[in-house]
Design a protein around this ligand. Structure first.
Ligand code: 5GP
Ligand code: ZN
Length: 135
């Protein structure tokens, strides 16, 4: 994708703060980080989102995230970590090249990567299950 910023970063055409690289992925520091060390796992091939990316590639991205997560714990001393992956504008995706956020978390870091729970009735949950599984 010639006009995709993450394709250009992943290929090295645009410089980035790379913290890990292999044949298929580049991991860069997010330039608008939620916390110290917030990083993005970028596949070097272009896929818009979870729907497009092949299963083996998404599995590779998670393996890379696990490696980097260990490094972050060791080197940054984070207290926790969120993996976040947005698909579609409605879900907050702003760059339409699949990426996995690795967000190190620190006690009292002031971030809120949580949702507000709702309270569906048990009947509503049963209906949703039926809608999803078709029975
Ligand atoms: P999304 O909202 O699509 O899941 O996340 C996109 C992320 O990419 C954001 O956290 C944003 O800060 C980051 N980002 C957008 N453009 C660039 C860029 O050119 N360089 C880097 N390093 N991060 C970027
Ligand atoms: Zn791309």
């Amino acid at each position: 994708m010639s006009d995709c910023i993450f394709c250009k970063i992943a290929s090295g055409e645009i410089p980035s703060n790379t913290i890990f690289e292999n044949e298929d992925f580049r991991v860069i520091l997010d330039n608008g980080p939620a916390t110290k060390g917030h990083a993005l796992v970028l596949p070097k091939a272009h896929y818009a989102d979870l729907y497009e990316i092949p299963e083996e590639t998404v599995m590779g991205a998670v393996k890379v995230a696990k490696t980097v997560a260990g490094t972050m714990k060791e080197k940054l001393g984070c207290d926790g970590l969120n993996l976040v992956q947005n698909n579609g504008a409605a879900a907050g995706q702003t760059v339409m090249h699949f990426h996995l956020h690795i967000i190190p978390r620190y006690e009292n870091d002031g971030q809120h990567i949580l949702w507000k729970p709702t309270s569906p009735s048990s009947e509503e949950l049963v209906e949703i299950r039926k809608t999803i599984v078709g029975e």
